[in-house]
Design a protein around this ligand. Structure first.
Ligand SMILES: NC(=O)c1ccc[n+]([C@@H]2O[C@H](COP(=O)([O-])OP(=O)(O)OC[C@H]3O[C@@H](n4cnc5c(N)ncnc54)[C@H](OP(=O)(O)O)[C@@H]3O)[C@@H](O)[C@H]2O)c1
Length: 288
């Protein structure tokens, strides 16, 4: 189908929300899934589901056949950059006409941390591909507090990050998806790079206060020492290079470098970014 939009990372936090919002806009969506057993919900939403392994260019090429526009995102893995480059190679062969690539805030900074450098490598492949593109660079997700802290908030009334008192202009993934769905369905965004943040920077201590008030329980933020954070990620089997990349990210958050606020969400979607308060109300079941 000529107007089909392909979405990678389709069962993930960002991809699944992008699909919901594209389908709401009436788009015809092909969901690229890694584990097909997780695809039921996407089929129910009305997406066409295809298997794809971003490590395998041929598999991506097959998944992209007949696709006009594509959303590209790499999972957080040590070869994140290579998976992004693979996507571009396959998109060129398949004749894709437009790519929206998601990376991370600060990817193009001369002082980029390792994670940013990985993302930038994939962005450069998109930029030099000859395929029209838009880059989106989101800050840390509000949904991290569900995915990585929801369990301990529920069971221990506490959440653990090595962020000190650093503030972060957290973004709700629903706002990232709204931007991605807009640029994929409207013209005028080609060649642009958008930094995506919420409308305010808040600290984990402020987040603990919001969660305490909304849940009616005292929720504590535990500022974890670096070594403890590093060890606990290793204990969970996180690959060494990812542990070190995430520790670099934590260090810049702690130093206050993740607090800049961008106007892009409002400019592109016409709506104010979702506040952490609203996010926490909408996801309260994951904290209660
Ligand atoms: N979390 C944050 O705060 C944050 C902030 C800025 C940027 N980012 C960036 O956002 C990206 C992660 O997005 P996310 O949170 O939506 O990820 P996610 O929830 O972990 O989902 C990753 C998706 O990729 C799929 N996948 C894994 N390996 C694959 C492969 N080899 N081939 C095809 N698909 C594969 C997964 O499927 P299976 O589960 O079936 O394997 C899943 O659908 C990373 O690039 C990260 O750097 C994250």
């Amino acid at each position: 189908m000529a107007n089909t939009i392909f979405v990678s990372g389709a069962t993930g936090t960002v991809g699944s929300e992008v699909i919901k919002q594209l389908i709401k806009k009436g788009a015809s969506v092909r969901a690229g899934v890694h584990s097909e057993q997780k695809a039921g919900i996407l089929k129910k939403l009305g997406a066409e589901v295809v298997a794809v392994d971003l490590n395998n260019i041929k598999s991506i090429q097959t998944a992209l056949t007949g696709v006009e526009k594509a959303f590209s995102l790499s999972p957080l893995v040590p070869n994140l950059a290579e998976l992004g480059v693979n996507f571009v190679k396959a998109a060129k062969i398949a004749g894709v006409k437009y790519i929206v690539r998601a990376s991370g805030l600060g990817a193009d900074s001369p002082q980029a941390i390792t994670l940013g450098k990985w993302h930038r490598e994939a962005e450069k492949a998109v930029e030099t591909s000859g395929i029209p593109y838009t880059l989106v660079r989101p800050n840390s997700f509000m949904q991290n507090y569900v995915n990585f802290a929801g369990y301990t908030i529920k069971t221990q009334n506490a959440f653990y990050f090595p962020h000190g008192n650093g503030t972060i202009s957290l973004i709700d993934v629903r706002d990232i998806a709204a931007v991605v769905a807009t640029v994929l369905t409207e013209s005028g965004h080609e060649g642009k790079a958008y930094e995506l943040t919420g409308s305010e920077a808040i600290s984990n201590y402020q987040i603990a206060k919001i969660l305490s008030r909304l849940t009616g329980r005292a929720i504590n933020y535990v500022d974890v020492p670096e070594d403890t954070a590093r060890q606990s990620m290793k204990d969970m089997g996180t690959p060494e290079s990812i542990v070190e990349a995430l520790m670099e990210l934590a260090a810049i958050i702690k130093a206050g470098y993740a607090s800049a606020v961008s106007p892009a969400v409002k400019q592109i979607t016409g709506k104010q970014p979702i506040s952490f308060e609203q996010f926490a109300k909408d996801y309260l079941q994951f904290f209660k």
